[in-house]
Design a protein around this ligand. Structure first.
Ligand code: SAH
Length: 346
């Protein structure tokens, strides 16, 4: 019989599991404490549990699922992790130290099915979705590695994959990350980024509405967006904004609009003005992402002055717009650079 992977279970399910093997329900909280607060990797460390019970647990259940293959550190302190999954597939995660807090960027799939033309992850194709444990374990492995004094306070679902095409497992991972007896992160410090999967945005509104939503827009007309984000054919700009207008957001919980600046593709002042029109009446924050070029890419970054001019149009219309500083570029840890295969050229 395969062992049950405990990091796949929310607290309710963990209770069901411990009772199913004949233990008292309160053991679930104890085990959760060891796994999520003390971050142990084996049952023998669980010293308030009897030896016989520890033996039973180790026969029926497993704790860690990821193996660290490689860690690279950038000149700016960003750390990129290459992990191996139980089936041999590989994913990457990125630890981003910031002034006063630390962010972890997690992957949700091996590769990505979205196929955005400017994104390097897309070039690996799509293999499969990650399990809840494979998502949650990215947090635990990285937290163990950086040390408890550098507590990861924020999690962004912006690594490899499209989180809203793996909704159930992402939701479970968020439950584990935010439960006070588990990782105990604040929902407001978790951001899920989507290429614009409309049914997923609607489910987020209903089931995960305290979590922050980020939408990778990247264009202001369907004509341009279709060329760079193929899923726009299925979920065009109008449909996405219809869902965003209904999304429960306010000035504290603004929706983040991500916009990668591609030279002469989506970066005109006319685009900026169209963007103003699209977001009118929705509490948003716009993140302008400088394109990270890579060998063989058919896009070029917009020059800085032009990004600033684009940004000014937004500010002139009272729309909060920030230019996202690129982190970990020297170790290919920046937006859209994560890969399933180590050190592959484009
Ligand atoms: N699939 C989700 C989560 C990935 S988030 C989504 O699309 O939102 C990663 C972000 O980096 C996305 O906004 C993506 O469009 C952007 N990105 C991809 N390749 C990039 C590149 N080469 N330079 C800058 N940003 C890039």
């Amino acid at each position: 019989m395969d062992r049950v992977v405990l990091k796949d279970l929310n607290l309710e399910e963990l209770k069901d599991f411990v009772t199913s093997i004949g233990l008292e329900p309160y053991r679930a909280k104890q085990i959760a404490q060891w796994i999520y607060k003390k971050r142990v990797s084996d049952f023998d460390s669980m010293t308030n549990i009897s030896k016989a019970t520890r033996k039973l647990l180790s026969e029926k259940a497993a704790i860690d699922v990821l193996k660290t293959v490689k860690v690279e550190e950038s000149a700016d302190g960003t750390r990129k992790y290459l992990f191996e999954l139980p089936d041999g597939n590989r994913i990457e995660s990125v630890f981003i130290p910031e002034k006063g807090w630390n962010t972890l960027c997690v992957s949700t799939q091996v590769g990505c099915p979205a196929g955005c033309k400017f994104c390097l992850t897309a070039k690996d194709g799509f293999t499969r979705s990650l399990t809840p444990a494979e998502i949650v374990d990215q947090y635990i492995q990285v937290q163990r590695d950086v040390g408890e004094e550098r507590r990861i306070s924020n999690v962004v679902f912006m690594g490899m994959g499209e989180p809203l095409l793996n909704f159930d497992n992402v939701k479970k991972a968020v439950e584990i990350m935010t439960h006070r007896d588990m990782l105990d992160l604040s929902k407001r410090k978790i951001t899920i980024s989507t290429v614009g999967i409309v049914p997923g945005i609607e489910r987020m509104a209903r089931e995960l509405n305290r979590v922050k939503l980020a939408v990778s827009l990247h264009a202001t007309t369907d004509e341009v967006r279709e060329k760079i984000v193929p899923l726009n054919r299925k979920y065009p700009i109008g449909e996405i904004f219809r869902a965003l207008r209904r999304y429960p957001a306010d000035n504290v919980r603004r929706i983040m609009i991500e916009y990668v600046m591609l030279k002469d593709v989506n970066d005109s002042l006319e685009d900026a003005r169209r963007l103003v029109g699209l977001v009118r009446g929705i509490p948003v924050k716009v993140n302008l992402i400088p394109f990270n070029p890579y060998p063989g890419s058919s896009f070029e970054p917009t020059p800085r002055e032009k990004i600033e001019a684009f940004q000014k149009v937004l500010w002139d219309h009272n729309i909060a717009a920030f230019i996202r500083e690129s982190r970990g570029q020297d170790i290919s840890a920046a937006c859209g650079m994560l890969r399933t295969k180590e050190k592959l050229s484009a």
